[in-house]
Design a protein around this ligand. Structure first.
Ligand code: PEP
Ligand code: MG
Length: 921
């Protein structure tokens, strides 16, 4: 052994924490140091749950080992000596003693659960000379010898593949031959002589593959197993998992070395995994699976089909754990209850029964479906175990909208697995199936013919809105999750998959290609907007229960899910300071948003109102007009439509603020595309084709999103602002006259310099004065989108002339990073893979850059105008981690798509704190 190094230790804590009858060093609070598993083992030991004793090597040692393995080992070895000595004393067995061997398991355990991503080795410390002594432990000689052989085979195979990295094929041949010869399915069923022969064969195959003897020295086994677990933190599987789940690489894993208990001593032993409640439905009974005469990973590895814990119609009678081990089952139920009460949450528990004794090997917070999450949270409150404050924390805000999405039936989803052809970015939750339509017009036509349609586009433009509205779901080959298709799809509550790079769309042949399959327009396709998967053929879907209540198709009394959903949200509302609004463009969306708890509209995108068949014609006439009079004439046609839309929205939001944004996109987006469409438009409008073409050419810009759009458009053509503002105020006046309490707010898009805000406000105020002349004016507010870095920095000047700011974080992110929000999906994916970016900034607000601009703007804006109301209406308003930032930054409200409103209500709750990247709940 090396002596420990002289001088101060690079570790802030002891390298090893023991848990056992003689004392437990750690507890449940030391999760980051001991990993989730280690912290919970210590905690369980402390509260008297039957846990085999052992010790935990800290995550600090893992991190040090990554930098300086020799130093890490010099500190670790003496600590392991001490911990092993404690363990040996408690158990009366000795590690490496052939007469009374002590076997241990070596298991990973990171601070954040990463199920199955890292390594475990069992039966460490076994060597041929100790086999008989181990066999004696299982009682009868024949059975005992068989059990010891089983342990040896398991060690060779598991240690061989995990620690020595010997390929699985090396073991497979001998195993397969032995099982075939004996006509059995599992080595445990082999008679002892055949099992011994198999072990000898496996050992020699393994040593031949290694070119070295198998390490029989127990201490070498132990140290190399620990090394292997450390190394598995940096394995490809673990890294990918961390990338996908936003877990920091810095955390490292702890290593748990624990006395083996044996579920494989014969039919009187077993091993299993159970949840304290059903994780799929939340039903309050323990739920899980077990295997008799089995060890460790077998239940989850899927090599044998496990049996149910409770009696189940799917299993042969008499085979459940409750029937075969009634005494142990009673104990397990009691332990589940103790653990659930202790942690106040659903537990996922690993256990082993060794000859009539129950041991708990692990407990952790159980993952659950959102339906189960809300049920368990409400039940635990009703049972008096937790307070609403804890209940709120058990529900993932980001998963709430799954309760609103149309759902594939479970049977349909399972049957479709083989038909999966490609995948993209999951952009709008829910499942949708329908006939493929390659453009908006076809989508409308096919939908009118009957049956659902999927709009499949390379990318979508605002013009596709009607097609999108007609479609059951949207699939695009390009675009990110804040691309137009995704934003609109979420707004419409449509399942959506974007950035699907494996998808080729051939507009000539009217076919799509993916995963080696070619499908024609009109054929059936399905998308899962929650996972990003695309399937050939259709999958059956149905409206979600909660949405049926929201839409009045089902009474709340008939939906327990809805009642739980609204209870959780009302608890969150009581603990929420930030306001929640919705982005809604139609009265129907506004009604839905309000039913889901929105306290107003944070963004009504008026441009979406111009895409109806007649409206687009009038709008194009307006664009093509060569003088103000021509434009005003076309605008006069649009005015009643806009007024009617606003009237409907104000009615749906009676008494609540409604922020209406003036026209924002560049005009070219509204013009016809392609020869045939342009020709048709020229005919409909009664204009010469050349005039139309010339005007289209005039409006063309190299970078339209940086061109004549937003308030710039309104300043160049004030008659557009005047018409829209008039429609808003006339609708408000009518609402007031009808006895309602309208609260209109006019939002100026894309202000960059204060003068733009000042002048635009001048037009708005003048129209208001005109509309309300001779009557009591309706109170209104005027504000701007802050979506360009300059506007954030110049917020002090800009705020003087305005009543509110609303951060357009989609554009603010685009303009701050210089990443196009419409077509950087593949670049961003590469950046995330390479670890250059940790999060997609269009999904989760970038605190360092965009966040700083927001803080600056809030500070400068409020300093100049203390009454300034500040909100955010980009897609980040529906992202829980971004919402945590908006709470911290002191914003007055966030505004999200209607179906994201419940997510925002829950994430806006102060009780949730601020979830960081590595602090996933
Ligand atoms: C934004 O840019 O964040 C925003 C809300 O506006 P839009 O998505 O319509 O550009
Ligand atoms: Mg914008």
């Amino acid at each position: 052994m090396f002596p420990p190094p002289a001088g101060p230790s690079p570790l802030a804590h002891p390298p090893v924490y023991s848990f056992g009858a003689a004392g437990t060093d750690g507890d449940g609070s030391l999760r980051s140091l001991l990993g989730g598993k280690g912290a919970n083992l210590a905690e369980m030991m402390r509260i008297g749950v039957p846990v085999p004793p052992g010790f935990t090597i800290t995550t600090e040692v893992c991190a040090l080992h990554g930098r300086d393995p020799a130093l890490a080992w010099s500190l670790l070895r003496p600590a392991i000596d001490d911990a092993l000595a404690r363990l040996e004393e408690e158990l009366g067995r000795t590690f490496g003693d052939p007469a009374a061997p002590l076997l241990v398991s070596v298991r990973s355990g990171a601070p954040v659960s990463m199920p199955g991503m890292m390594d475990t080795v069992l039966n460490v410390g076994l060597f041929p000379a100790a086999r008989d002594a181990l066999g004696a432990r299982a009682g009868g000689t024949a059975a005992g010898r068989h059990f010891a052989l089983d342990c040896e085979l398991r060690l060779l195979e598991m240690y061989g593949s995990v620690v020595l990295a010997v390929p699985a094929e090396v073991f497979a041949a001998a195993r397969g031959a032995a099982l075939a010869a004996a006509r059995v399915e599992h080595p445990q069923e082999l008679p002892a002589p055949e099992l011994a022969a198999l072990i000898a064969q496996v050992r020699s195959d393994l040593e031949r593959s290694l070119g070295a003897p198998f390490p029989d020295e127990p201490r070498v086994q132990l140290e190399r197993a620990i090394e292997a677990v450390f190394a598995s933190w940096s394995g490809a599987r673990a890294i990918t998992y961390r990338r996908l789940h936003g877990i920091s690489d810095e955390l490292g894993t702890a290593v748990n070395v624990q006395a083996m208990v044996f579920g494989n001593t014969g039919e009187g032993s077993a091993t299993g995994v159970c949840f304290s409640r059903d994780p799929a439905t939340g039903q309050p009974h323990i739920y899980g699976e077990y295997l008799p005469d089995a060890q460790g990973e077998e239940v989850v590895a899927g090599t044998r089909t496990p049996l149910p814990i409770g009696r189940s119609p799917d299993a042969p009678s008499g085979m459940s754990f409750s029937e075969r081990f009634p005494e142990m089952h009673r104990e397990l139920v009691a332990v589940c209850r103790v653990l659930e009460l202790h942690y106040g949450d659903l537990q996922d528990i690993e256990f082993t029964v060794e000859e009539g004794r129950l041991f708990i090997l692990q407990t952790r917070r159980g993952l659950r479906s959102i339906g189960a999450a809300i049920r368990i949270a409400c039940d635990l409150v009703d049972e008096g175990h937790i307070e609403p404050e804890q209940a709120i924390r058990q529900v993932d805000p980001g998963a709430l909208d799954q309760l609103l999405a149309p759902v594939f039936t479970p049977e349909g989803r399972a049957a479709a697995t083989a038909r999966r052809i490609t995948s993209g970015l999951a952009a709008g939750p829910g499942g949708a199936s329908g006939r493929i339509a390659l453009d908006a017009e076809t989508a409308i036509r096919l939908a009118t013919d009957g049956g659902p349609v999927l709009l499949v586009r390379t990318e979508t433009s605002p013009e596709d809105i009607a097609g999108m509205a007609a479609a059951a779901g949207i699939l695009t080959a390009r675009g990110g999750t804040t691309s137009h298709a995704a934003v609109v799809a979420r707004g419409l509550g449509k399942p959506c998959v974007v950035g699907c790079e494996g998808l080729r769309i051939d507009e000539q042949t009217r076919r799509i290609e993916a995963g080696g399959q070619s499908l024609a327009e009109g054929e059936l396709l399905s998308i899962d907007g929650g996972t990003g998967e695309v399937f050939a053929g259709s999958i059956e879907t149905t409206d979600s229960e909660v949405l049926r209540v929201i839409d009045g198709a089902l009474a709340p009394a008939d939906s327990p899910t809805y009642r739980r959903f609204s209870r959780i949200l009302s608890w969150a509302d009581e603990r929420r300071k930030i306001g929640i609004r919705a982005n809604a463009d139609t009265p129907e969306d506004a009604r839905r948003a309000r039913a889901l708890g929105a306290e107003g509209i944070g963004l009504c995108r008026t441009e979406h109102m111009f895409f109806g068949k007649e409206r687009i014609l009038a709008f194009r006439r307006m664009i093509l007009a060569t003088d103000v009079a021509g434009r005003e004439e076309a605008l006069a046609t649009l005015l009643p439509w806009q007024r009617m839309d606003f009237r409907g929205i104000l009615r749906a939001m009676d008494g609540l603020p409604v922020t209406i944004r003036l026209l924002d996109p560049p005009l070219h987006e509204f013009l016809p595309h392609g020869d045939s469409e342009t020709q048709r438009f020229a005919e409909e409008a009664g204009l010469p084709l050349e005039t139309v073409l010339a005007r289209i050419e005039q409006t063309r810009e190299a970078n339209p999103m940086l061109g004549t759009r937003g308030c710039r458009l309104g300043l160049l053509h004030p008659e557009i602002i005047a018409m829209q503002t008039r429609a808003i105020f006339e609708a408000a006046r009518d609402a007031r006259d009808d006895g309602e309490t309208p609260r209109p707010e006019v939002m100026i898009p894309l202000v960059v310099v204060a003068e733009e805000a000042r002048r635009t406000r001048g037009v708005i105020d003048a129209v208001a004065a005109d509309v309300f002349r001779g009557t009591e004016p309706v109170e209104y507010h005027v504000g701007t989108m802050v979506e360009v870095p300059r506007a954030a920095l110049a917020a002090g000047r800009i705020a003087r002339d305005l009543d509110f700011f609303s951060f357009g974080t989609n554009d603010l992110t685009q303009m701050t990073f210089g990443f196009s929000r419409d077509d950087t999906a593949s670049l961003l994916r590469r950046y995330l893979d390479l670890g250059i970016l940790v999060d997609d900034p269009f999904k989760t607000l970038d605190r360092e850059g965009v966040g700083e601009l927001i803080r600056t703007a809030v500070e400068r804006g409020r300093a100049a105008n203390p009454k300034l109301v500040v909100g955010i209406c980009g897609e980040h308003g529906g992202d829980p981690r971004s919402i945590a930032f908006f709470r911290e930054a002191g914003l007055d409200y966030v505004s999200a798509s209607p179906l994201r409103v419940p997510t925002s209500r829950l994430a806006g709750c102060e009780a949730l704190g601020s979830p960081g990247r590595s602090d996933r709940r």
